[in-house]
Design a protein around this ligand. Structure first.
Ligand SMILES: [Zn+2]
Length: 114
């Protein structure tokens, strides 16, 4: 088992894990609540681990493609902007990692006024 990626958010780690699973690679998210060793403050750090060492090189290739956006575009299209907090998000995110707002059904149309 090898560590593939240190994610900035738990959401990102789980997204990558799901992506690898869809490509036939078993991975695990670990260390969501580590202690830092600096007064034992909990830090929200997640890493993605590939279960089979033999799949690591392939997983790494996929991850690079995924993070660079070539797979992201195939997955679910265009970048979008969170209607809640205006965070800019890649198309593969189905919810805002900043505030948790779910991606609107259409991103190129303004939301209808209530
Ligand atoms: Zn947001």
């Amino acid at each position: 088992m090898k560590q593939l990626h240190a994610a900035r958010h738990a959401f990102e780690a789980h997204l990558i894990r799901g992506f690898l699973a869809s490509q036939g690679i078993e991975a695990q998210v670990r260390g969501e609540y580590l202690t830092s060793g600096w007064g034992e403050l909990p830090v929200d750090v997640c890493s993605v681990w590939v279960m089979e060492d033999a799949q690591f090189a392939r997983a790494n290739e996929l991850l690079v493609a995924f993070l660079s956006g070539s797979f992201a575009r195939k997955f679910s299209g265009e970048r979008w902007t969170c209607p809640q907090c205006a965070e800019k998000l890649e198309g593969q995110f189905t919810a805002c990692w900043n505030c948790g707002t779910v991606k609107p059904a259409t991103t190129d149309q303004p939301l209808p006024k209530p």
